[in-house]
Design a binder for this molecule. Structure first.
Ligand SMILES: C[S@@+](CC[C@H](N)C(=O)[O-])C[C@H]1O[C@@H](n2cnc3c(N)ncnc32)[C@H](O)[C@@H]1O
Length: 397
């Protein structure tokens, strides 16, 4: 691998992002100035066919490493909070350099202008902080990372790349960083289920809190909140954005070990709802956001038929706390009705089914019709103009 190969790969990635429309004209020179590879650690992790996470060392496979550094994909940079469960194999992704398209799309919504001050939550590799530094001025960027090793590696990479004036804090980003507040913007690169009020408190009135948002059911909205003179924040979901969560707000994993006997005792029914209508965030984003808001503590996962060895699509709904579950099967060659099984103290399928019908009856409200309000008391979500279908949710901290 030569420097020229790296430069070429960097140019190709920027070109690709610009052509796809993800990269705006004002951010293009910024992406051109910051080579992503300079922030990718020597060891990254790749997913094997069997779903295990395996290390890939630059020294052992420099070509593959470079491909990953400039692919339009997330690069896994840490597993299991830095302590892989088994020797050399990871189970859960705990840090990554986010997918460049997602980084560019999120930065396009960043309202901060050169000279304004931003607090980034989730330093990770430091790449996004470097992009912010290149545009706003390095001294205007504070970034906070909970993992001391990641923070130290990012500090070093930022320094090497010439952005040593960026302040890299090791700490819990959910609490913001009061010593450097107020900020013009708080931009989180880790998703939340509940927006921490500290972010609102540390943003000047008129400033913005920009964060990926999701729940156990669906993680994939980008929330933009304006901070008011009264120090509350109000806003809506303005785009798609799927990020890992803050450590203390992790989603419940939809894992249950079931036996044939569990299936035999489950309640069986049929539905005409195709799982993609309620589970595929690309084609059913608005429905997924509504279900994420309306069906609490319900982890959803959907494997379409092309990913299944038997060619069958399977939707899972799981509430691991109560042990309740539901499963829907469908075959690509057969139209509905589809077979549903559900079991436990919660009838998860019934909950999803009725919330989906509520959403259809309400006129399929789009994701940007949900208003989020963040106050010291907590997060309040309300459907705008919902005279016919009044609905609102308050989650207190
Ligand atoms: C998707 S990665 C961020 C990517 C990063 N901005 C980059 O450019 O590489 C999310 C990061 O958030 C960090 N994180 C999780 N919980 C956190 C918390 N409470 N405070 C600060 N950082 C946190 C994770 O350790 C992880 O590094």
């Amino acid at each position: 691998m030569t420097a020229t190969e790296g430069q070429l790969a960097h140019r190709q990635l920027v070109e690709y992002l610009a052509e796809s429309g993800a990269l705006s004209a004002e951010w293009r020179p910024v992406f051109e100035a910051v080579p992503r590879a300079e922030f990718i650690p020597e060891t990254v992790w790749v997913e094997s066919d069997r779903g295990a996470l395996l290390p890939l060392r630059r020294a052992e496979d420099p070509r593959r490493w470079l491909e990953l550094a400039y692919a339009d994909d997330a690069v896994i940079t840490q597993v299991d909070d830095g302590q892989p469960a088994a020797e050399g194999t990871g189970r859960r992704i705990s840090s990554s350099a986010s997918m460049p398209t997602v980084v560019a799309q999120m930065l396009a919504h960043c309202a901060a202008q050169p000279g304004q001050r931003v607090l980034e939550i989730g330093t990770g590799t430091g790449y996004n902080a470097a992009l912010l530094a290149q545009r706003l001025g390095a001294g205007n960027v504070v970034t906070i990372e909970i993992d001391p090793e990641l923070a130290q590696t990012a500090r070093h990479a930022l320094k090497t790349a010439g952005y040593d004036a960026v302040t890299v804090v090791t700490g819990d980003g959910a609490q913001g960083y009061p010593p450097a507040a107020p900020f013009d913007e708080v931009l989180s690169t880790a998703a939340v289920q509940q927006v921490p009020y500290d972010w609102v408190e540390q943003t000047r009135p008129g400033g913005l809190v920009l964060t990926p948002w999701g729940t156990d059911y669906y993680n994939g909205g980008l929330l933009a909140l304006s901070v008011t003179e009264e120090h509350t924040a109000v806003g809506t979901i303005i785009d798609k954005a799927s990020f890992m969560t803050l450590r203390q707000q992790r989603f419940t994993e939809p894992r249950l070990t079931l036996t044939a006997e569990d299936d035999a005792h489950a309640v069986c029914s049929f539905t005409d709802i195709h799982p993609a209508e309620i589970a595929n965030g690309y084609i059913a984003f608005d429905a997924c956001i509504a279900l994420a808001i309306r069906v609490p503590q319900c982890a959803m996962s959907y494997a379409p038929p092309e990913l299944d060895a038997d060619g069958e699509g399977i939707l899972w709904l799981v509430d691991a706390r109560s042990g309740s579950w539901a499963r829907l099967h469908h075959h690509p060659d057969r139209d509905g009705p589809y077979h549903v099984l559900q079991s436990g103290s919660r009838n998860l399928w019934d909950e999803v089914h009725s919330s989906y019908h509520w959403w259809l009856d309400a006129g399929r409200p789009t994701a940007d019709r949900w208003r989020f309000t963040i106050t010291p008391e907590g997060q309040h979500i309300q459907l705008l103009d919902s005279v016919r279908h009044p609905v609102s949710f308050t989650e207190l901290r």
